[in-house]
Design a protein around this ligand. Sequence first.
Ligand SMILES: Cc1cc2nc3c(=O)[nH]c(=O)nc-3n(C[C@H](O)[C@H](O)[C@H](O)COP(=O)(O)O)c2cc1C
Length: 219
Amino acid sequence: MDALECIVGRQSIRAFLDRPVEREVIEEILDAARWAPSYKNSQPWEVVVLTGRKKEELTALLIELLERGEKPTPDIPEPESWPGPEAARIQELYRMRAEATGIDLSDPAVIRKAKKANFAFYGAPAAVYLFQEGSLSQWSLFDLGLFAQSFMLAAHAKGLGTVPQAFATDYAAQTKEFLGIPAEKRLVLGLSLGYPDMGSPANGLRPGRDPVDSFTRWL
Ligand SMILES: Cc1cc2nc3c(=O)[nH]c(=O)nc-3n(C[C@H](O)[C@H](O)[C@H](O)COP(=O)(O)O)c2cc1C
């Protein structure tokens, strides 16, 4: 697979085969992702990989917190509103997802169910958390995004599927405690990782993108 094919072919995967991912493969993906660029080569990323019992325990903890009605307190707060064009794209995504999977994310009652699926890492055999020092600037958050994309592309190149999950950071303090991460770190993103089940309708969703001329100006 060449680089362009890899970039365009990656999609979020939300249903996985019941097949474990070998540690060596995850190491290989991380070994590629560490070549992501970063501000002054500061490499502001830290990673936790969970599989097996540990991952199940975290899922149980997150679902318990949700069911107890605990208020989500992610380190990076969920946006309260979106400007017009972005809001319209989100509505379009919700419409597509409702059509493909019956899950209507504009319905608050359904968000609970969707959160549980997120907390279960969509049945993936591995969960990955990305975090960094809490005192780092916005540039470092940008760097972690580059790392995350590199990770997802490397996984895709190895035949694996991923989905980046802001929801997986809902209970940041409790998650950090569970993972043994100091409270002052910034929990940025959770990801599911596994072999994709391409027969699942959950993976049939391919949200579109606006054309190049809609966001580019040539001077
Ligand atoms: C920062 C970030 C947070 C996201 N959070 C979630 C999430 O919590 N749950 C989820 O299922 N997908 C999540 N997504 C995936 C997006 O919905 C997805 O990338 C987008 O709809 C485009 O689809 P594609 O990745 O298949 O191209 C997130 C993506 C990003 C970049």
